[in-house]
Design a protein around this ligand. Structure first.
Ligand SMILES: *[C@@H]1O[C@H](CO)[C@@H](O)[C@H](O)[C@H]1NC(C)=O
Ligand SMILES: *[C@@H]1O[C@H](CO)[C@@H](O)[C@H](O)[C@H]1NC(C)=O
Length: 333
């Protein structure tokens, strides 16, 4: 009897601890503020930070007019950091929202820092996979010939760069055309900086998003934006170089990023986006490496009916990126 009682007490205790963790440690992210882009600039798809803990700079973000901007604090706001197109002119491109200028101005979609070298890896719809040094400026192309790259993440242990290609058939301009239909020709890729080779690891994926390498480098999570699922691609062990389904029925998962606690992740979800429904419900979902959903935070009050592309946790705050806004949303406790 005593054992049973202890068992009940200890399981009640663990439920209570889990409850306390949700409430206090992880919090509800009820406070909201905006990091506004410069006047006329839109579409901050990503939010990456450089450095560690309290010595971080950023967020750095990728915007519709082709620039990579860096947040310099509330007085200076966002300032120019880097760009992807060798023929980009500030006069023609700054503040443009014309999708047809993309091939001239660039359209960067995602960022990932390699902390030991300070290199910033970038994927751009028109200019492929690129890298830029710690001082920014014009990025150097590492691999090209893609239609629609959407996500990138560096493996901190080995230096390999994982990235995702939404499709072989259309680019970002097609997604807003009437009658647009997504397909299943997306790919998950790896760039090896030592051999400078790109390998295709998975193909036939339904839509892009952004992969995330686990904190211990044992696997990479791969979302399928229009396939509504997330797979786990093993890098080591018995199952190395194979994928397994981790989460099903996720509503249009876009970029995935490591959460603050090792072994946990945030994914930016926009259920209702594809196939289109009258109302999109943007939300951040925190889950662990076993595919257990731990928390869902709704962003609908501030991002009403807009798709979101990224949820980045940094020092206990959530930074939310979207193609449809002129700000990065910051949720804190
Ligand atoms: C994408 O848009 C371009 C430019 O409007 C058009 O030429 C092309 O046929 C479209 N492709 C698809 C797959 O819809
Ligand atoms: C939500 O946005 C879509 C287009 O993105 C639009 O068709 C729809 O009417 C909007 N719904 C509401 C309730 O505003």
């Amino acid at each position: 009897m005593a054992t049973l009682q202890m068992l009940i007490t200890s399981s009640l205790l663990s439920v209570f601890v889990a409850f306390l963790y949700t409430l206090v440690v992880s919090g509800q992210f009820a406070k909201f503020s905006k990091l506004e882009l410069p006047q006329g600039v839109t579409g901050p798809e990503s939010a990456a930070f450089r450095g560690l803990l309290f010595l971080t700079e950023g967020p750095f973000t990728t915007v519709t007019d082709g620039r990579i901007l860096k947040w310099q604090g509330p007085n200076a706001g966002f300032v120019d950091f880097a760009y992807t197109s060798p023929s980009r002119s500030k006069q023609l491109c700054d503040r443009t929202t014309d999708p047809n200028l993309g091939p001239i101005c660039g359209r960067p979609m995602a960022l990932s820092f390699q902390p030991t070298t300070g290199l910033l890896y970038i994927v751009d719809v028109y200019f492929g996979l690129l890298v830029v040094g710690p001082n920014g400026g014009l990025a150097t192309q590492l691999a090209g010939g893609f239609k629609f790259l959407t996500g990138v993440d560096v493996d901190l242990l080995r230096g390999d760069v994982y990235f995702s290609d939404a499709t072989l058939t259309f680019d970002i301009r097609n997604t807003t055309q009437p009658g647009f239909k997504p397909d299943s020709t997306g790919r998950f890729l790896r760039y090896n900086p030592r051999t400078r080779q790109v390998s295709v690891l998975l193909s036939g994926l339904s839509g892009g998003g952004g992969p995330a390498v686990s904190h211990d480098g044992t696997f990479v999570l791969v979302p399928e934006l229009t396939g509504n699922r997330i797979s786990k691609y093993w890098l080591v062990g018995r199952r190395a170089n194979t994928a397994e389904l981790l989460l099903n029925n996720v509503g249009n998962p876009n970029k995935i990023k490591q959460a603050g606690r090792p072994g946990e992740f945030w994914v930016a979800d926009s259920p209702g986006f594809m196939p289109p429904t009258p109302l999109i419900t943007p939300q951040g979902v925190r889950f662990n490496s076993n595919g257990v959903v731990l928390q869902t935070v709704s962003f609908a009050t501030q991002f009403f009916n807009k798709t979101i592309s990224l949820v980045q946790e940094q020092n206990g705050n959530l930074y939310v990126g979207s193609r449809g806004t002129n700000f990065i949303g910051v949720y804190s406790n």
